[in-house]
Ligand binder design. Structure first.
Ligand code: GH3
Ligand code: MG
Ligand code: MG
Ligand code: MG
Length: 313
């Protein structure tokens, strides 16, 4: 009945404001050469809590996309001097952009355009004039699906931190950013010492709990802007933007000190302590990604070889 439908809508609204991971924190890019429509759309989206940037040209969009990251793009097809089609290639050929949801907003209800856009990689196609509420619902749905997809594809199910796949993706985004806006950025490889003993002595299940505790402890002491991922078995990688090698070493060393004082996990009345070995490497101009990883991993290996339980540059 009507009442329960309204109730559902209310619940939906409430759910949205509570889990506003999708709306309030999402940054959107609106590309349209119609100034009136663009500012209307930007205003409505901002009212919902989205962060919104906008531009009226393909060139402007390329500039913004090089400098910032967006969670969704709306793209007008008919623009001057370049049509919206010119942006598809740019977005789809960039590994850091190709999975960003793309909503085409077209003045033409043209079958050929629609088909072409979907084959080129559009995620939705909305014709003008449109009802704002419908567009907003479509955007919400796309963002939600993307978040769910990312949760499944990019998180390690055991510890909840990012996985290797996400690290491989995001490190390219970070490198792109730092190449454009020079700043210090450091990478740290962290490997639990003698972890095999924990498994052998207490069982694989306790090993799993220790890994969860380790992820939790790292996350707790790192900054929100630091990227933490489980790189493999009992090995974690941290990327610290805006942080020199010396400061990264200090930060990780402080966590190691903490691990000496505080159990990483507790299970059935028993407290488990760990130590770890870590290697730090700061990125420098022109350093290839493989080289960066190799150096951080190499420093970690040296930390292992020279006694474990330490952080080395
Ligand atoms: P080192 O100090 O040299 O790092 O010694 P280590 O024992 O920590 O290192 P090694 O690489 O020999 O052993 C790592 C162990 O981690 C072996 C593997 O069985 C275990 N492991 C990997 N993934 C998991 C996991 O998801 N859960 C559990 N419980 N153990 C895991
Ligand atoms: Mg237009
Ligand atoms: Mg180990
Ligand atoms: Mg290891």
């Amino acid at each position: 009945d009507v009442y329960s439908h309204e109730l559902e809508l209310d619940e939906e609204q409430e759910h949205r404001s509570k889990t506003s991971g999708y709306s309030s924190s999402s940054r959107l890019l609106v590309i349209d050469d119609d100034d009136v429509l663009r500012s209307y759309l930007v205003r409505r989206l901002r009212l919902e809590g989205y962060e919104v940037d906008d531009t009226s040209t393909v060139e402007g969009a390329q500039r913004l996309l090089r400098e910032h990251s967006y969670e969704l793009i709306t793209l007008d097809l008919m623009m001057h001097p370049q049509s919206g089609y010119a942006l598809f290639e740019f977005v789809k050929e960039d590994p850091t952009l190709k999975w960003v949801p793309l909503v085409v907003l077209s003045g033409r209800d043209d079958l050929h355009d629609k088909i072409r856009c979907f084959y080129l990689g559009a995620d939705d196609y909305v014709t003008k004039p449109f009802e704002y509420e419908e567009l907003s619902a479509r955007i919400y749905s796309l963002l939600k699906r993307t978040k769910n997809f990312e949760q499944m594809a990019f998180r390690d199910p055991l510890t909840g931190v990012y996985n290797r796949r996400f690290f491989d993706h995001q490190i390219q985004v970070e490198l792109k950013r730092v190449s454009r806006y020079p700043a210090s950025i450091s990478m740290v490889f962290i490997d639990i010492d003698r972890f095999k003993c924990i498994n052998d002595k207490h069982g694989h299940h306790v090993g799993d709990i220790v890994l969860q505790g380790m992820a939790h402890m790292l996350q707790k002491h790192l900054r929100a802007t630091d990227l933490l991922a489980r790189f493999g078995g009992e090995e974690f990688v941290v990327v610290l933007p805006g942080t020199s090698a010396v400061d990264a070493k200090k930060a990780i060393h402080a966590i190691l000190q903490q691990a000496h004082k505080e159990p990483v996990a507790q299970y059935e009345g028993q407290a488990y302590y760990i130590t770890f070995s870590a290697g730090v490497c700061e990125w420098s101009e022109g350093m290839e990604l493989e080289d960066w990883i190799k150096r951080a991993d190499g420093a970690m290996y040296t930390a292992k070889q020279s006694g474990r339980n330490q952080v080395l540059l």
